[in-house]
Design a protein around this ligand. Structure first.
Ligand SMILES: [Fe+2]
Ligand SMILES: [Fe+2]
Length: 207
């Protein structure tokens, strides 16, 4: 159970309850429920697949830390940290993970590279995601409050085969974006090209 986790790896200078309190200062109560759902799912996936449970908890609790930050904060951070200037052509959906990781590092003092990469990749994915990043990417999509067409299928797949879960989520996300005719962030397409053919091409039993 997530709420029994005691931090002892010094990845965050405080307890889990203190971390939740810091995050709660920046996000709405409804989003905090989502974040706690992601943590519950991430911890369950970490236990199943042998990932570090403390990292899973911390990455889950902080993945949406910057979700409600104003656009100007992201724009200033992109410029002052000399991040890819193309980021300025995108918006909160892309920024809150990719740029948000910098706020988690600065505000919360969390510097663990695995945790920060898991935050960076949680929306867009990446061709190279380690176990923790895969877990956070999937947990964000399937946590118990999520309720959209296809989520139950991805839940089942993710607890049977995590990599196939990453692929199924990516395919579902791309299908949704295409159906809405919205622009697709180029790195999301790189995620698709790496994961979806590798794990789903020729797999018919999920359709
Ligand atoms: Fe997010
Ligand atoms: Fe999220």
């Amino acid at each position: 159970m997530a709420n029994e986790i005691r931090y002892h790896e010094d990845l965050f200078a405080g307890t889990r309850a203190q971390l939740i309190a810091r995050v709660a200062q920046k996000i709405s109560p409804k989003r905090l429920e989502h974040v706690l759902g992601v943590e519950e799912t991430a911890v369950a996936l970490a236990e199943k697949y042998g990932a570090d449970v403390e990292r899973a908890s911390i990455a889950a609790l902080t993945h949406d830390y910057a979700k409600e930050f104003p656009a100007i904060a992201f724009i200033q951070e992109i410029k002052s940290s000399a991040m890819d200037p193309d980021l300025l052509n995108w918006g909160n959906n892309i920024w809150h993970g990719v740029v948000g990781a910098e706020f988690v590092k600065r505000d919360l003092g969390i510097t663990d590279p695995e945790i920060l990469d898991a935050i960076r990749f949680h929306t867009i994915g990446a061709p190279k995601m380690d176990l923790l990043a895969q877990i956070i990417y999937v947990a964000d999509f399937i946590e118990p409050h999520r309720d959209f067409p296809g989520v139950e299928e991805v839940r089942k797949i993710a607890f049977a085969d995590l990599q196939e879960g990453v692929a199924a989520e990516t395919k579902t996300t791309l299908e949704y974006l295409v159906s809405k005719a919205v622009p697709i962030y180029p790195k999301t397409i790189l995620t698709y090209n790496y994961w979806v053919p590798r794990y789903l091409e020729g797999v018919n039993h999920h359709r």
